[in-house]
Design a binder for this molecule. Structure first.
Ligand SMILES: [Zn+2]
Length: 260
């Protein structure tokens, strides 16, 4: 069992090129597990390489709704997903915040890319790592209709959760968890949903290298900072830190079927 798990970081990104190895070895010493998240085909390969090399690293493979330039190619991914340390599919989802060009065409494209990955995840019995920005009604619509079609195997996490209690509840009803990152340390906008959510539906993440928590705001974010996120969740819920820490680790082990 790890002491902490950062379920969403991008360790393959250039921000870590200078000290990736050193940083990962330090995480090993601190007993911190990380799921490194891909955003396109190349980063999916890189994520699997990292997971293959280091005990405490796991991979999620897939296409981000905005960053992905290519189409989802089933055959590359069908091979990658066989790796025992690939634990999820994504980050995939919808991002209507950064729409460019013709909005309707772009939305359709994102929806198709999302649906292909939902089918792929269920086919391989993996949870989804969902990115959703300014699109909760549409993501919920897709997940609800897919749930009817695909059943229990459709499950996962809504990363960097940005909805309210009602939205969270609808995700819980669909067998999804929600995860929070460093943003909790500098806004109270999510305090209510952090308090409302059952503790077994919450996970901790950083989204490193982005959005570092206080006291590192504005700097490069790192998976080691996940401890500030866990501490903040415990503080907001007014619960014992050790209890929250342990349960968040257990949640990640359960949702992603981690071993180690
Ligand atoms: Zn991300």
């Amino acid at each position: 069992m790890f002491k902490y798990i950062d379920i969403h970081a991008h360790l393959d990104m250039p921000a870590f090129d200078k000290d990736r190895e050193e940083l990962i070895l330090k995480l090993q010493k601190e007993n911190i597990g990380v799921i490194t998240i891909a955003v396109d085909k190349q980063s999916s390969f890189r994520a699997v390489e990292l997971a293959d090399r280091y005990d405490n690293i796991f991979a999620s493979i897939g296409f981000h709704p905005v960053d992905a330039a290519e189409n989802f190619c089933g055959s590359d991914f069908a091979e990658l997903i066989q790796h025992p340390k690939v634990v999820a599919v994504g980050e995939c989802g919808l991002d209507f915040f950064r729409l460019t060009g013709d909005f309707e065409t772009e939305k359709k494209k994102q929806q198709n890319l999302f649906e292909v990955q939902i089918n792929f995840a269920v086919e391989h019995d993996k949870p989804l790592m969902v990115h959703c920005r300014d699109a909760h009604p549409e993501v919920l619509d897709i997940l609800k209709s897919k749930k009817k079609e695909l059943g229990d195997k459709l499950r996962g996490d809504i990363h960097f959760f940005s909805g309210d209690r009602d939205v969270a509840k609808q995700y819980f009803d669909l067998d999804f968890c929600i995860s929070f990152g460093g943003v909790l340390t500098f806004t109270d906008a999510y305090d209510e949903v952090v308090r409302f959510a059952p503790l077994d539906r919450i996970m901790s993440e950083t989204d490193a290298p982005f959005v570092a928590p206080v006291p590192y705001r504005g700097k490069r974010n790192e998976p080691a900072f996940v401890k500030y996120v866990v501490a903040k969740i415990a503080e907001i819920r007014r619960e014992d830190f050790e209890k929250v820490r342990k349960i968040l680790v257990q949640n990640a082990f359960r949702v992603f079927a981690l071993k180690g």
